[in-house]
Ligand binder design. Sequence first.
Ligand code: SF4
Ligand code: SF4
Length: 146
Amino acid sequence: MNCNEMLHNCKAACCKGVTFSRETIEKHKALIPADIHIVHIKKTGRYRFVTKDDYCAFFNRGMLMCKVQDDKPKICQAYGDESNIIMTCSWMSKKGRIRSRQERRKIEREKMRQWKAAVKRISQERINEQRAIIKHKKLAKNASNN
Ligand code: SF4
Ligand code: SF4
């Protein structure tokens, strides 16, 4: 997959909204600009180091390239894997075929659908966890009262 010929169109859309582990951040912290926005995602323990428009902190805007190209996080290395819709590039196929606008929209819609389903599932898991904790606390309180 040669992204160079597509960059002027896609503007490296795949470099938006990516999360990293603390280890990755520590390793490359010298490359992170000072005006970056940091979001800690409690559920996964990962971090998003992003610009105001959601680009990854390791993205070189001027040259449209990755600053940690030789040590990219696994998620970035795997991007383009078409067996997983979330990892599928909507601009170009893994073999380098430029996708039609219709195909791109279809992939983006499906990504959004799966993303929303995942958020819903995670939210429900959190609700269930909270319910279990409350139930456990009630049982413990009742037991100590008896
Ligand atoms: S993987 Fe897709 S979105 Fe990312 S730079 Fe290449 S063509 Fe653009
Ligand atoms: S680490 Fe590099 S490839 Fe991965 S999202 Fe950031 S800029 Fe893009």
